[in-house]
Structure formats: structure tokens, C-alpha cells
Design a protein around this ligand. Structure first.
Ligand code: HOZ
Length: 427
């Protein structure tokens, strides 16, 4: 008998905790069962039950070209035919690095890894190794992957599931992570004052994505850069989500603030497991084998993932009005949702950075996690399910982003807005 999403989940639960390989996929905070996906093409995903959905999850960010883009698929297939992994350098890695440098000129030197978690974890180690300082500062509700030091007061699945503190992280490790509110430069200044010469870095998503989308207030990024420089601490921008979302570059290019180190993932691998950290050459020269800070990986710079990244970035770069078109479609969706929610009398706050956005079921502006946390998550969950029943696939959490790809058409957006209007009416 053919499997359905329901029976596939039961089967998966026998081998995976919650039946999934990453917690937010389990739909725990919105109810119902996750869709098991059979295939995806362009802006659509198809579940194994035979349904077609307009997809705003986009594999949680990477699929900016839409699913199964033919140039990317060709690059991946052709590369795989010549070997899947060598554990040795290839010329293509340098080619991808050069492309990344065009978008992130501050990444004078970089290191490829396989996931955003690895990138941020390694950047933190580098910052500590380079400065010889123990403490790090992060923002409440920010999620920088699941490394021990970074799971303190984390967003994404940790916020979604309401996990207060993660067992398994020794007190001694957690103590070295200080947390402050996003958009609160005074709090960062206070940290530097309270711990002089002890803070290795401030790691921040310049545009938050993992507490839902939250934008930096004017002057905030400039101020944190100034504070970090004055304190001799490394400023790390985690642009795993914001990288390539609003321009051929990141929030650093968009807002004109250059960090010391940058972490990228998702789009940079075009849907394959590839991420990267990099920045000032002087700092990066502390990484082994040039320096003593050790970090390695069998699949780092994997040729198939690198080919996918090159094909993706080239396609974006060579398309002169790529970001204008993407912005137009994203704006249509964002403006439409705001208008429809207001007409329905539902209090929402929508935040957008280029092609990533979150509609919070909140009544006050969302500038940090404390604001996002006031959202009516139960109402969001009902709306999510109503939208899903109308074949619109959104991230199953209030504290995540919706991603628009270049494959989304204005018709897709119109259909989404019709579904949104009907769903709001039913709340
Ligand atoms: N950490 C991702 C969301 N920000 C979730 C990844 C996944 O479940 O695939």
C-alpha cells in the first residue's frame, strides 16, 4: 500500500526522534503532522499524498532560484559524475571563494564547512583563539546553530518548542555566553564595561531570521561595530539567512557595515550542504594550518556542493534585475498580507528584509525577541493550518521566516493572498 504523510511519519518515528531530522519540521507548535515531500519544482512542493503547495519554506532559505533549477541540477549531476568527494583541494573551491568575495569583499580569507552551525561554531572558536579571551556575547532569541556556546537563550526551534535551557550544555560552557537584547547597543556597551578585556566577540544576525525577521534599527549596526572595535572584540555577522536575500551580498553590503568575520550558509550552497566563515586576513591566519586554531572537515569544500554554490551564485550575479524582480514579488506578498490582515481586523506586524519576511501575530513593533515573544502563537498556529489546508506551505513556527524565490510569480502571490484573506476570515 502506498505511504501517506501520516503513515510515513509513523514509520519515521520508529527510527528518528519525533520522526524528523530537525526539530521544527515536526509541526509541534502548530499541530497536525508534517508533510512528507516527494518532489519540488520551481515555487512548488509536492507531498507524497499528491498535493501541490506554493512553497515559502524554500528548504528554510537556500532555494532562492526555486527548486530543481536546471542549471544547478546540471552542475551537480555533471560534477558528481567525476567523483563525489576527494578530501583534497579542487580549483572549483577557489572559484566559489572568488564569487563570494565579489558579494562580501570583507571576506579576504575564508574556510568552507558543511553547515551554518559549523560556520558559527568555528568563527566563535577563532574569535576566542585570536583574542585569547573567553566570553562571547549573543542576542536573546538569536539562533546561530546548535553548538553548545550558542544555544543559550536561542531562537528558531528552541524558541518554537519553548525549551528553556538545553540539557547537555555544561554550566561552565553556558557561563561564558552573555546574552543581550537585539537592537540594544547600550546593553552591549554595558557588557564590555562589566567584563573589560574578557569578551572575544559579539555574534549577531545583522537581520534576525531565527526569532522571525527583525530588522536592525538605524545606527544599531554602526554602533555595535564601533563598540567592538573600541573593546578589541571581534564582530561576527551571522548572515546564514540574510546572505544574498536582498542583494548580491548581505546585510553588511545593504547597510554598509563591515564586520570582522562573516558566516554564510543556505543560498551559498544552492541547496547542498555548504557553508563558510571568513573575514579579515589577519584574523583568518590564526586558522590551521596557517595558525594554531584547529578546525577541519572531511566534506568541507565538497565538489558537488561547491558546484551547486557556483551555479547558484553565477545565475544570480549574471541576472541584472534579479533582486529587483525578487523584491517586487516579495513586496507584493508583504504589502498584500499587511493589508488583508488589517482589513480582517487581525493585529499583525510584518517585518521584511528583501525576500525574507515574518508576519507576527502581535500588536506592537517587533524589534527584539522580547517583542516577538509576545506574539499570539496559538492564533498563528490556527492561521498556519488554515493556510496549509489551502495549499500554502509556510514555516511551521511563528519564529521563522517565509522565503520568496525568483520562481514565485505574481499569480502565486495572488493565490496566496486569496488563501490568506479566506484564512483570516475563519480565525
Ligand atoms: N534551523 C532551521 C530554521 N532556522 C531549521 C532547519 C530544518 O529544520 O531543516
Amino acid at each position: 500500500m502506498a505511504m501517506t504523510s501520516k503513515t510515513a511519519l509513523e514509520d519515521a518515528k520508529k527510527v528518528f526522534p519525533g520522526g524528523v531530522n530537525s526539530p521544527v519540521r515536526a509541526f509541534k507548535s502548530v499541530g497536525g503532522d508534517p508533510l512528507f515531500i516527494g518532489r519540488a519544482f520551481g515555487a512548488k512542493v509536492y507531498d507524497i499524498d499528491g498535493n501541490e503547495y506554493i512553497d515559502y519554506v524554500g528548504s528554510w532559505g537556500p532555494m532562492i532560484l526555486g527548486h530543481a533549477d536546471s542549471d544547478v541540477v546540471d552542475a551537480v549531476c555533471n560534477t558528481a559524475k567525476n567523483g563525489m568527494s576527494f578530501g583534497a583541494p579542487t580549483e572549483a573551491e577557489t572559484e566559489l571563494a572568488r564569487l563570494i568575495q565579489q558579494a562580501f569583499p570583507g571576506m579576504a580569507k575564508m574556510r568552507f564547512v558543511s553547515s551554518g552551525t559549523e560556520a558559527t561554531m568555528s568563527a566563535i572558536r577563532l574569535a576566542r583563539g585570536y583574542t585569547n579571551r573567553p566570553l562571547i556575547v549573543k542576542c536573546e532569541g538569536a539562533y546561530h546553530g546548535h553548538a553548545d556556546s550558542l544555544l543559550v537563550s536561542a531562537g528558531s526551534g528552541v524558541a518554537t518548542l519553548g525549551i528553556p535551557g538545553c540539557p547537555g550544555i555544561p554550566e561552565d560552557v553556558a557561563r561564558n555566553t552573555l546574552t543581550i537584547g537585539f537592537n540594544d547597543a547600550d546593553a552591549l556597551e554595558a557588557c564590555f564595561k562589566a567584563h573589560p578585556g574578557k569578551i572575544a566577540c559579539f555574534i549577531v544576525e545583522p537581520v534576525c531570521g531565527n526569532m522571525g525577521v527583525v530588522l536592525p534599527e538605524p545606527g544599531y549596526l554602526e554602533k555595535v561595530k564601533e563598540l567592538c572595535s573600541a573593546a578589541g572584540a571581534i564582530l561576527i555577522f551571522d548572515e546564514v539567512m540574510s546572505g544574498f536575500r536582498a542583494c548580491f551580498g548581505g546585510a553588511s553590503r545593504y547597510f554598509g557595515v563591515e564586520p570582522d568575520l562573516t558566516c554564510l550558509g543556505k543560498i551559498v550552497g544552492g541547496g547542498m550542504p555548504l557553508a563558510v566563515y571568513g573575514g579579515r586576513a589577519e584574523i583568518m591566519s590564526s586558522i590551521a594550518p596557517d595558525g594554531p586554531v584547529y578546525q577541519a572537515g572531511t566534506l568541507s569544500g565538497n565538489p558537488v556542493a561547491v558546484a551547486s554554490g557556483i551555479a547558484t551564485l553565477k545565475k544570480i550575479k549574471n541576472d541584472a534585475d534579479f533582486y529587483d524582480r525578487l523584491d517586487q514579488t516579495s513586496g507584493l506578498l508583504y504589502d498584500g498580507l499587511e493589508k488583508i490582515a488589517a482589513e480582517a481586523g487581525i493585529k499583525t506586524v510584518a517585518n521584511r528584509f528583501g525576500s525574507m519576511m515574518t508576519m507576527f501575530f502581535a500588536s506592537e513593533p517587533v524589534k527584539r525577541f522580547a517583542d516577538a515573544g509576545k506574539s499570539d502563537t496559538k492564533l498563528f498556529a490556527r492561521w498556519f493550518r488554515l493556510m496549509l489546508s489551502r495549499k500554502i506551505y509556510l514555516a511551521p513556527s511563528q519564529f521563522e521566516a517565509a522565503f520568496v524565490s525568483i520562481a514565485h510569480t505574481s499569480e502565486d502571490v495572488e493565490k496566496t493572498l486569496v488563501a490568506a484573506r479566506q484564512s483570516f476570515a475563519e480565525l
